[in-house]
Every structure is written in structure tokens, then in C-alpha cells.
Design a binder for this molecule. Structure first.
Ligand code: GLY
Length: 280
């Protein structure tokens, strides 16, 4: 395999939305064909997904119970560079801010500091809320008030997740992963999910790259992306590693994994998951 990209629209996203990941994978592959780096291809694919308001990242992110979107995004490459933003508000493309953080002296910026950093780097004030995300909040809040809130802490069946993410390999054999999310719905103000934690939502190293999606709390407990990466290091194919990662969970837990190494790609999930792969 000379180069490749895999994009997902989140665990739980209907397969009939796969045109979204397909558009994102095409944009990333075009960049790779021009000699672009894996890290920029994975960020570009994730940016396209953030701009597609059918998915829970960037525009169209789910809203917290206080009515705001608090977004997490991350990028990592196989040369141990990473950039993360957590709890970012009022910004169009969190993954591009994370890409900028990668070039700063830090790897992780959160909340107001991340917003200040975004503005200083040319990312304008932007409201990512949509009529659909506001409607979902209204209905969810009503359900909460009526007492039909899913039981805490681990009955996840009624939770909305569908993070977006991408993994890529470029023509130089470098790997990268990127992810972006509005988090889960419903969630308390202050909650941060797996995408903000390197090794949980995404991981990349010299042997490949992995991006996970689903219930962040469950992904964090198993440091899932690094766990799946280690499976590839121990000789499993990208598909076998993704399958084994998903098999760590009960089928009732919404989880998805995409992976890539130098010979192939993997896609696995416990639920429907819109996704697309391009390799050559
Ligand atoms: N996987 C996204 C989140 O739980 O925040």
C-alpha cells in the first residue's frame, strides 16, 4: 500500500450517511496524492466532517444541558507530535485549532485558554449550533425533566455520541490520526471525553494509527486507541486489531474503531457506523 485514509462518522451514525466520510476521504486522498503529510490529511478529513452538520463535531455538535457546544479535538502523528483542544466553544473547526496547538510549545489547551489561542491564530468567533442541535437539546431536556434520564453511571443505551475521525498513511510511510467531537448527549457541563486524551480517542506511532468512537468514558477506561495500536505492533492486521478492540466491549456499548498500518486498514463497530476507506 502506497497511501491510504479511513474516515468514520461515529459509532451510531447511520450507514446511509457514508457519503459524508466518502467526501472527507476524497479530500484527504487528494492532499496525499499531492505529497501532503498524513497529519494534514487526517486533519483535513476531520475538518470536512466538522463542516457536515449531520455529524456530531464542529457545526452540528450536540449541546450540553446549559445550551452550549463544548468541543474536543485532537491530532497525532507517528513522530510523537500531538495537539489537543478540550472544552472549546464558539469555533468552526476545532481540529484545525488542535493542529495549530501541535506547532505551539504545548500539546493541550483547554476551555477559555483554547478559545483565546484560537482567536489569536485567526479562528473567528462562530456559533456551531444548528436548528437540529437546539431541537435535540429541547427534547433531551424535556426527557430529563420527565425523569427518563438514563441511569447513571453506565447505562449508555440512550446516549448520543458519534464523534468523527480519520487515520491516514502518506507516501513517506508516516501515519496520523485525528478526531473531533461535541461529546455525548446528555452530558454535564465540565465533562471531557476520550478525544482529548491521547491514547484513548486517537493514537499514532511508527506502526500505524487508530481512531476510536463511542462512549468516551468506556474508551478512556481501556485506553482504547493505544491498546489497538499495540495489537498491531504485536502482529495483528489492522482489521484484526480493530475487531479485537471492539470485542473488549459488550454489544450494548456503542464503540467503533478505524485503523491503518503499512499493509491495510481496519473498520469495526458494535453498532452502525458511517465510514469510508481509500487506499492505493
Ligand atoms: N467519543 C466522544 C466522547 O465520548 O466524547
Amino acid at each position: 500500500m502506497k497511501r491510504g485514509v479511513v474516515v468514520h462518522g461515529g459509532a451510531g451514525s447511520p450507514r446511509n450517511l457514508s457519503d459524508g466520510p466518502a467526501n472527507a476521504a476524497t479530500a484527504a486522498m487528494n492532499l496525499l496524492r499531492k505529497g501532503g503529510r498524513a497529519v494534514d490529511a487526517s486533519a483535513e478529513a476531520t475538518r470536512v466532517m466538522e463542516d457536515d452538520d449531520r455529524f456530531n463535531a464542529g457545526t452540528g455538535s450536540v449541546l450540553r444541558l446549559d445550551g452550549n457546544a463544548y468541543m474536543d479535538a485532537a491530532v497525532m502523528d507517528s513522530e510523537e507530535n500531538c495537539g489537543v483542544v478540550a472544552y472549546l466553544t464558539r469555533t468552526k473547526n476545532p481540529v484545525l485549532v488542535a493542529r495549530k496547538v501541535m506547532e505551539s510549545p504545548h500539546v493541550f489547551l483547554a476551555a477559555d485558554g483554547a478559545v483565546d489561542f484560537a482567536r489569536e491564530n485567526g479562528f473567528d468567533d462562530y456559533d456551531p449550533r444548528t436548528p437540529k442541535s437546539r431541537k435535540r437539546l429541547e427534547k433531551g431536556s424535556d426527557d430529563f425533566r420527565k425523569g427518563s434520564r438514563p441511569e447513571w453511571p453506565r447505562n449508555w443505551k440512550n446516549y448520543k455520541v458519534d464523534t468523527v475521525g480519520a487515520v491516514a498513511m502518506d507516501g513517506m510511510g508516516r501515519f496520523a490520526a485525528a478526531g473531533s467531537t461535541g461529546g455525548t448527549f446528555p452530558a454535564l457541563k465540565g465533562r471531557v471525553g476520550d478525544i482529548a486524551m491521547i491514547g484513548c480517542g486517537i493514537f499514532a506511532g511508527p506502526e500505524g494509527a487508530v481512531a476510536a468512537t463511542g462512549i468516551g468514558e468506556e474508551i478512556i477506561r481501556k485506553v482504547l486507541s493505544k491498546t489497538v495500536y499495540d495489537y498491531m505492533c504485536n502482529g495483528l492486521s489492522a482489521q484484526e486489531a480493530a475487531d479485537k478492540g471492539v470485542s473488549l466491549y459488550d454489544r450494548s456499548v456503542s464503540i467503533g474503531i478505524i485503523s491503518i498500518n503499512s499493509v491495510g486498514v481496519g473498520i469495526a463497530s458494535t453498532t452502525d457506523m458511517a465510514s469510508h476507506q481509500l487506499t492505493e
